[in-house]
Design a protein around this ligand. Structure first.
Ligand code: ADP
Ligand code: ZN
Ligand code: ZN
Length: 710
């Protein structure tokens, strides 16, 4: 009789260890291999798992072990992919199974499909061939069409990545519209001449920029390319992932979730808009796709290019200090100048409408007179205007004029936002953006019966209404997640802007990113001040990046010497650093100012942080639980002196959907010692938990490395 084969398998559970199973090569039709996807009996049900070890022994009695029941028609994860998973698991304090299984597309996790999958793949490949022959070429700028500055940048990138099997991180910093995309696509084009080479191109939110997808396709009509993001249909995503992991697809274009795709012949990585917070996963394993991509490039010894107009402070400092190559583009590619920045001080009376002014809106608070005049002028010039307001809905709160009633959510410590009837909801509703609760609008105050309920503040819907009223001849379009979920998808909305079917666009940050609009003459920003005084130390950095981005939508296609459009920002605090540096288009100045502030305060990137999140039935319990962790860390004499452990605090939105939430911030000047501390905490918590729920207090916990929102 052949000796038994034991495999260790990890499953999607917060359990540190793998499980031993027997492997029957004859029955499964294959010998075992590390990295294979299998199905196994687990408790009373079946789960999928990944083999992480093959041996002839087990600590357990062999006749007690169950057997692997099925093998996926999939080759094993390549060694580099497994190293990446192991690293992510360790660094982000997440079990290996909980790291690797969620990274596999749904299609492959349904073992009942495994017999049918090969047929599906063949059918899909056929369909794709047809599709590939009908490509159109949008935004293709060949190497010979690059301007001098771009050609110089491309040359530098090529020179520093000449050596094979060498890690290089490159920051490509350049104004919006300076032609960064054209540069890195030309770089990738050379890399891809080797027909076995694969490249990974990460973008922050691909469903918002199908334009980029078309652009990449235009550069590489003959290359096999797959697209991976959460908007891709389950089957297509399964196939795309398969083609990446088998080396068939040469170009892997995707959002943060693509960062964990196995890519056996990876030769280069590009992270576009590397500063974008969307690269950070905010639930489950809270990884940074950008950071993992850098680790990955380092691990497999390939170059990685980080592209941005407003690099993150982390990346910018690495470039400044020479850890990364630093390459810059300082002019706009199509000859236009940079948009002119105007700060509208909303406290100054001359900026405001007075009674009797022509064109004064009903609700005079919606937009200043100065901005209104600029919009009128821009309409006369037959240019489009973009109005940014970072809040969807009609108004953030409904209030009673007679008593103190406000539209609070009964399950959360937040207000219910008023949404007017529209394509999504037939009736106007109050809706909680945290727990999703929706209610009809009360006709009277629930507390005092007063019928005069007023809205406070403004969202996209209210601005849309006001603008339609003020410019009744203009075509107004609202672009936010509500609008894109109704009859038209986001792409259709953006197409209307591109096709010139709209005069004024009102939207949330969705309109700020990446789009290469050709006829925007004016950008207006409302309500930016809210983010100047956030408790989150990164809020200003984010606001600055967003303003640069949205400003960059203006005047992109100006002819030589023509103005690059205008951006108007309404603020009560024009003197604050964010606006002053923006006024001068001084990205480096802002970053260096921010770096000084962070250094003085000992904040990242001058230190490293982690959060322990806790949620439970009551805030007290969550706080007590975290105080326990703080006490436990104090006693760890080997590392406690290297740590700054703050007091546990309630979260900014303390209660969500009935759970009360708190967090504990742990800081250290040493990445290594922080890691050590987190591993100790993790071990201790696991011992006293069921999954991630504390046995004693029923508090649910999670450890997060490098949080970006404090
Ligand atoms: P970025 O990525 O820096 O925002 P893009 O690569 O998107 O810039 O370029 C901005 C615009 O300029 C695009 O419409 C692009 O097609 C165009 N463009 C880029 N490089 C050139 C060039 N060398 N000549 C003419 N147009 C260019
Ligand atoms: Zn009342
Ligand atoms: Zn709620």
């Amino acid at each position: 009789m052949a000796p038994p084969i034991v495999v260790q398998v990890v499953v999607d559970k917060p359990l540190a260890q793998g499980f031993d199973y027997l492997w029957d090569s004859e029955k499964l039709g294959s010998d075992p291999e590390v990295g294979l996807l299998v199905e196994l009996p687990f408790g009373r049900s079946c789960l999928v798992g990944v083999v992480i070890k093959v041996s002839a022994h087990s600590e357990f009695k062999l006749d007690k072990l169950k057997s692997v029941s099925k093998l996926a028609p999939l080759k094993s994860f390549d060694p580099a992919a497994l190293r990446l998973m192991n690293f992510a698991s360790q660094y982000y304090i997440h079990a290996l199974g909980e790291t690797i299984i969620p990274a596999i597309p749904q299609m492959w996790k349904k073992s009942e499909n495994w017999d049918k999958i090969p047929k599906k793949l063949i059918a899909a490949a056929e369909k794709k061939k047809k599709k590939m022959t009908q490509g159109k070429s949008e935004g293709f700028i060949s190497e010979s069409e690059l301007n001098d500055e771009q050609r110089d940048a491309l040359g530098k990138i090529r020179t520093c990545t000449e050596k094979e099997m060498e890690f290089k991180a490159i920051l490509l910093q350049g104004q919006t519209g300076s032609g960064k995309t054209a540069v890195f696509l030309n770089w990738l084009s050379r890399v891809l001449e080797d027909t076995s080479a694969q490249v990974l191109l990460l973008v922050p939110e691909i469903n918002l920029t199908p334009q980029l997808e078309r652009r990449v396709r235009a550069y590489f009509p003959e290359k096999e390319m797959v697209v991976l993001h959460s908007g891709v249909a389950e089957k297509d995503r399964g196939i795309a992932w398969y083609e990446a992991m088998t080396g068939k697809a040469q170009i892997i274009l995707g959002t943060r979730l693509a960062a964990l795709t196995p890519i056996p012949n990876l030769r280069a990585i590009v992270v576009d808009e590397e500063h974008d917070p969307s690269y950070k996963q905010q639930d489950g394993i809270r990884y940074s796709a950008r950071d993992l991509a850098i680790w990955r490039a380092h691990d497999v010894k390939v170059p990685i290019l980080l592209s941005s107009a407003t690099p993150s402070l982390e990346t910018w400092m690495a470039a400044k200090t020479g850890r990364y190559e630093y390459i810059r583009l300082d002019q706009r590619a199509q000859g236009a100048g940079l948009p002119k920045v105007h700060l509208i001080n909303t406290r100054e009376p001359q900026n405001q409408f007075s009674p009797g002014d022509i064109g004064r809106p009903k609700d005079k608070s919606v937009v200043t007179k100065t901005l209104a005049h600029a919009i009128s002028k821009n309409l006369e010039d037959k240019k489009q205007s973009l109005i940014l307001i970072n809040r969807r809905g009609y108004a953030p709160v409904l209030s009673c004029g007679a008593c103190t009633w406000l539209s609070k959510c009964q399950h959360c410590t937040s207000y219910m936002v008023m949404h007017k009837a529209g394509a999504l909801t037939k009736k106007s509703v109050l809706s909680c953006h945290h727990c999703g609760l929706a209610k009809s609008i009360p006709s009277h105050c629930p507390d005092c019966g007063n019928a005069d309920l007023k809205t406070l503040g403004q969202g996209t819907q209210k601005i849309e209404d006001a603008i339609e009223q003020m410019w009744s001849d203009a075509r107004v379009l609202r672009v936010d997640t509500d609008a894109s979920k109704s009859s038209k998808g986001a792409e259709e909305l953006f197409q209307e802007i591109h096709n010139g079917k709209v005069d004024i666009v009102v939207g949330t940050q969705m309109i700020a990113k990446g789009h290469d609009y050709q006829n925007i003459g004016l950008v207006g920003v409302l309500d930016a001040d809210g983010r100047l005084f956030s408790q989150d130390f990164r809020a200003a950095e984010r606001l600055f990046a967003q303003l640069v981005q949205v400003a960059g939508r203006a005047g992109r296609a100006g002819k030589d010497n023509q103005a690059g459009g205008d951006i108007y920002i309404e603020t009560q605090y024009p003197e604050s650093a964010v606006f002053q540096y923006l006024l001068r288009h001084d990205v480096d100045g802002f970053l260096s100012h921010t770096a000084n502030e962070r250094q003085e305060a000992g904040l990242p990137p001058f230190s490293y942080q982690a959060l322990v999140h806790a949620e439970g039935r009551s805030l007290d319990k969550a706080i007590q639980f975290l105080a326990g962790i703080k006490g436990y860390l104090k006693k760890q004499s080997s590392i406690s002196s290297a740590l700054r452990v703050y007091d546990p605090v309630p979260k900014a939105v303390m209660r969500v959907a009935g759970s009360e939430r708190a967090q504990l911030l742990i800081e250290s000047d040493s990445r290594k010692q922080l890691q050590e501390a987190l591993e100790i905490v993790d071990r201790e918590l696991r011992e006293n938990s069921q999954g991630r729920i504390s046995k004693a207090t029923r508090v649910r916990w999670l450890i997060e490395r490098d949080p970006i929102a404090i």
